[in-house]
Design a protein around this ligand. Sequence first.
Ligand code: ADP
Length: 375
Amino acid sequence: MRLTLGKKLFLSYLAVLAVGGIVLALVAQVSLPGAYGRHMVHMSDMMGGGASRQGGRGPFFGERDAAFLNFRASFFDALGWAALAALGMALLISFFLSRSLTAPLQTLTHISQRVAEGHYNERVPAGGSDELGQLARSFNAMAEKLEQVEAMRRRLIGDVAHELRTPLTAIQGSMEGLVDGILPADRTTFEQIASEAGRLSRLVDDLQELARVEAGAFTLNFQPVSLADLVETLRKRFATSCAAKGISLTFHLPDALPRVRADSDRLLQVLTNLLNNARQYTPSGGQVTLSAEASGHEVVVRVKDNGIGIPAEHLPHIFDRFYRVDRSRSRRAGGGSGIGLTICKYLVEAQGGRIWAESPGEGQGSTFSFTLPMA
Ligand code: ADP
């Protein structure tokens, strides 16, 4: 027979009661003659004495004494009724007690099965500050987390599908145009197709990188890193493309800037991303500046541009994945899929820093800043 927790609790209450009853009867059996004797001595003393010392048999009457046997029978009779009443009450109370313990557990089991079936919005009533209340609260917290993860997963699939559709539709349209002879089979057409294919490939790379950083599947090789060294690499990397777009790129680092504790490859990746954005979203003739300064135990790095800027309502979302201020604007500006800043945020935070964006408004430039601990 399978014993439920309720039955086990109920049986354990009964066992405690049975042991209590047996001990009560045994102790009564042993102590009853002494108690009866003392009582009789006291009675006979009150009535003039003598009887208690009858036959010199000590302070109590013999066990075969008729009055004693009578008394004992009556005592056990009363004890029996009392035990029966106690048993009845105890059964009732233990039934409700075990029900009050098992009912929340049964609810929890039921709700956890519902959550396992995918009903992530189910919650258990979480009253009380005892262990059961705590269990219910941590279960609810877990269900809420699962609900968020599920919502994120759905959004991610929707976003990825949307991002894939745009270049695929363009490639498909161009290919059909070529087949039908509507589009000329010339260099411009093939370049368009190649550019959309390139966009697809960048998206897949970004997604792979995002999956890696989100899962924390990367190792950081922390070292004291000199920003001045990185700046040299960045200067070489961006000099040509910025000059080609007519953007002036400047670097301002104080001479005595302390080294930061970071992974130099990952730090370079963040800076490259921010400079790429600054260059992309700054029109020809604009300015991009990378600066850094020590502040307390940290170094603050800033990438500032005087480009198209970011409207205030978009600033809080700018680091969310797939978030772009304006998809068509970002596409025209040669931007990506809105994953770059999300990756930057993960990388900066993994290195113990914070990252944020500021902009006085549309058309007034943007500043992206992040901190890193000093080495
Ligand atoms: P993307 O690959 O689209 O550039 P990011 O995650 O790097 O994606 O940036 C997200 C969005 O933030 C961009 O689409 C753009 O709208 C905005 N953004 C990023 N950097 C700048 C900047 N320097 N100036 C203006 N807008 C920016």
